[in-house]
Design a protein around this ligand. Sequence first.
Ligand SMILES: *Cc1c(COP(=O)(O)O)cnc(C)c1O
Length: 199
Amino acid sequence: MPVTKTHPVAVLREAYAAGERAMGENKVQEVVEKATELDDLPDLSWSLIGHLQSNKAGVVAELFSEFQALDSVKLARALDRRLQELGRSMDVLIQVNSSGEPQKYGVAPAEVADFAVELAACHSLRVRGLMTLAVFSDDTAAVAACFRRMRDVQTELRQTDAAAGSYDDLSMGMSGDFELAIEHGATTVRVGQAIFGPR
Ligand SMILES: *Cc1c(COP(=O)(O)O)cnc(C)c1O
């Protein structure tokens, strides 16, 4: 998935012309503005890959087709309520804090199964899988350990009867670590700088 945050719409038009249709962004307001400027592009879609506060759930339900950073039940319910009002549904991934760093968002690996059971009540959310940001480090073993933890969480979810949805998608890997992520089973890599240059 091309990550187009901070880049002007001209860059997104180039990506679109090259065949990309789903753009990864991390700020709601930025997408509100870009979507207006790009509303002439058919089937362009937006994936929110960054943290979201519940009070913005309404805009997200209207504008985005996917949300990759779901990490709270309160937010899930707010999104679900708004989607039901709109008669829509949305693909979501659960963000997992695979590195255990306190400053990172995401559900702790040991808590993902319980979280997924709670999501089963949110019928407008189509739970597709898991997303993570690995530890940012040159230590390949430490990065790989994050990716392996994601596979373990995925395996556990598949054995949890009451968990919502499917868990086939593993969104992990960015410009600096996408090859390693693919080796460890990533189905989506979110790549910004390696495609578009520095931000
Ligand atoms: C910015 C961002 C990326 C892409 O990072 P690059 O280093 O530019 O590839 C991936 N995932 C998330 C959640 C991001 O915020």
